[in-house]
Design a protein around this ligand. Structure first.
Ligand code: PXP
Length: 250
């Protein structure tokens, strides 16, 4: 089977720092360095418009110091596109931040915002930044993503992750239904020639079935790893996740 890569999202290291206002610790850049030494294939950050966790200075420092590749998640705005062009990450992933940019499940509404997304995608790709669109496992959104000219999509695994937390007796049924949707979406996107990533809500408990989808290229995982790192340390938390993913591909 193809390899599968792990992008470690360090946003929630910054969440912990921002909880205390002016302190400089813990450092997302230090977490990124440890993640890379433990086998992370990329580092992901989301610079939110309200700067609630990651700050502009974090992104600039990461862009200069990481040795893998930076996946910069951002809203579909001119401000963010201009910032991305300044720091030149390997990847930009457009994500929804406002309610009107969301589909019902929570991915980007590419159909509704097609012209803007296409314009910014072209601008970034002309500057050698690969663009990914965070979308639901929905064939119409995936077809629209392809038409923007973006080379990648990231499938929203949130509904699958939510179903995996459901403690009622239909838990497995809804989780299986969400998994089936992601499998079909990954297959379609792959047939359209897109590189297919996935992420959101993935954990040590639910990641194996997703990692086992052969068309998936990279999983972006943050919250579960940062939480586990409190007890195990960052390197162990990352390598444990990577190992589960690799084992699922055997
Ligand atoms: N992928 C995207 C597009 C996201 O917005 C997020 C959350 O910031 C993640 C992946 C990582 O999600 P989690 O922190 O739940 O692992």
């Amino acid at each position: 089977m193809n390899p599968i890569y792990l992008g470690v999202n360090v946003d929630h290291v910054a969440t912990l720092r921002q909880a205390r206002g002016k302190v400089a610790y813990p450092s997302p850049a230090q977490a990124a360095w440890l993640a890379e030494s433990a086998g992370a294939d990329g580092i992901t950050v989301h610079l939110r418009e309200d700067r609630r966790h990651i700050q502009d200075s974090d992104v600039k420092l990461l862009a200069q110091t990481i040795i893998t590749r930076l996946n910069f998640e951002m809203a579909v705005t001119k401000e963010m596109v201009d910032f991305a062009l300044e720091i030149k990450p390997a990847y930009c992933c457009f994500v929804p931040e406002k309610r009107e940019e969301l589909t019902t499940e929570g991915g980007l509404d590419v159909i509704k915002h097609f012209d803007t997304i296409k314009k910014y995608t072209e601008r970034l790709q002309l500057n050698h930044i690969q663009v990914s669109l965070f979308v639901d496992a929905d064939s119409n959104q995936i077809q629209a993503a392809k038409k923007t000219g973006a080379k990648l999509i990231e499938l929203h695994t949130g509904p699958y992750a939510e179903a995996s937390l459901d403690k009622n007796k239909d838990k497995n049924k809804s989780q299986d239904q969400e998994l089936t949707k992601i499998q079909a979406a990954a297959k379609l996107a792959n047939q359209l020639g897109l590189i297919v990533n996935a992420g959101h809500g993935l954990s040590y408990e639910n990641v194996a079935a997703i990692a086992n989808i052969p068309e998936l290229y990279e999983l972006n995982i943050g919250h579960a790893i940062v939480a586990q790192a409190l007890f195990d340390g960052f390197e162990k938390a990352v390598s444990k996740m990577k190992q589960i993913m690799l084992d699922a591909r055997k």
